[in-house]
Design a protein. Structure first.
Length: 288
């Protein structure tokens, strides 16, 4: 009577458990392959992805119906005392010579001017324009050639994976234009929301732009050029949401990588071993 008959696990024949050179190569390749896939999945798990969506709404309801504007423009051939900002819209606002939160920096020994302004506009169609309208004495031939360094709306977004037209007019160069020409920049403003991993939201605005040049005459027949920014708001809001891959999905992917790799490796090793044994038998039959 032997207790071996009661063994639960069958013993594997020795010829199947002996290590082979081919098996060792396959095992090393599997480990390297698993490591590569693991690092790829880990990189994807750590990194965040940006998901965007569109909807119809006013996202920044706490703004009081206002949009913050940042304007930075250089007029190299117009004195600072002549430069002014005028704002008007469909709610009846009409402000000539807006000076709050603005700064004029003389250029070229006072022959030119750089205007920097931070102001708010209502969320209705309207315009703001740089002109000589607020000057005490109108110049004979005001030169409105200019370079726009910055025109942005709302909060500043510096997110690596978000590429949008938040400062579409940056670098606009009109120095070679007709000095007496007026410039119309027609803007379509699109509300934009960015929500980070913590749920904090920042509100900004992208915009598209079209422009034209023309010579405008006043009722007295004089040419009074200006740089107009005419804007309208889109009802569509763009929302960017920062997300990260869930932990359970990462664990599932790792398990699938390990299990799948070893399964394929086992099949491959079995095929090589079977082919090797068959070849040995054929060679042995030839020798006999």
């Amino acid at each position: 009577f032997s207790s071996s008959r009661f063994d639960i696990y069958r013993k594997v024949p020795k010829d199947l458990t002996q290590p082979t050179y081919t098996g060792a190569i396959i095992s090393v390749c599997c480990c390297l392959f698993i490591l590569f896939l693991f690092l790829s999945e880990l990189t994807g798990f750590i990194a965040t992805e940006i998901v965007n969506e569109l909807y119809v709404d006013d996202p920044d309801k706490d703004s009081g119906g206002k949009i913050e504007v940042n304007l930075n423009i250089s007029l190299p051939n117009l004195h600072c005392e002549l430069v002014g900002l005028d704002i008007q819209d469909e709610m009846g606002r009409h402000e000539v010579g807006h000076i709050d939160n603005s700064m004029k920096i003389p250029l070229h020994n006072g022959d030119g001017c750089r205007f920097e302004g931070h102001f708010s506009i209502n969320k209705v169609p309207g315009n703001f324009h740089v002109s000589t309208h607020s000057a005490t004495a109108q110049p004979q031939n005001p030169d409105m050639t200019h370079i726009i360094h910055k025109l942005s709306f709302g909060d500043k977004l510096q997110v690596q994976n978000v590429h949008g037209a938040f400062n579409a007019l940056e670098g606009a160069d009109k120095l070679s234009s007709n000095p007496l020409a007026s410039h119309d920049y027609i803007l379509k403003i699109v509300p934009t929301v960015y929500e980070d991993m913590s749920g904090k939201q920042r509100y900004s605005y992208q915009y598209t732009v079209a422009n034209k040049e023309y010579v405008a005459y006043s009722h007295t027949g004089r040419i009074i050029p200006a740089i107009w920014f005419r804007y309208d708001l889109s009802p569509i809001t763009v929302k960017y949401t920062e997300r990260r891959q869930p932990l359970y999905r990462f664990i599932t992917s790792i398990c699938a990588i390990i299990g799948g790799t070893f399964t394929v490796a086992g099949i491959l090793d079995s095929c090589i071993f079977t082919a090797s044994e068959a070849w040995k038998k054929i060679q042995l039959g030839k020798m006999q």
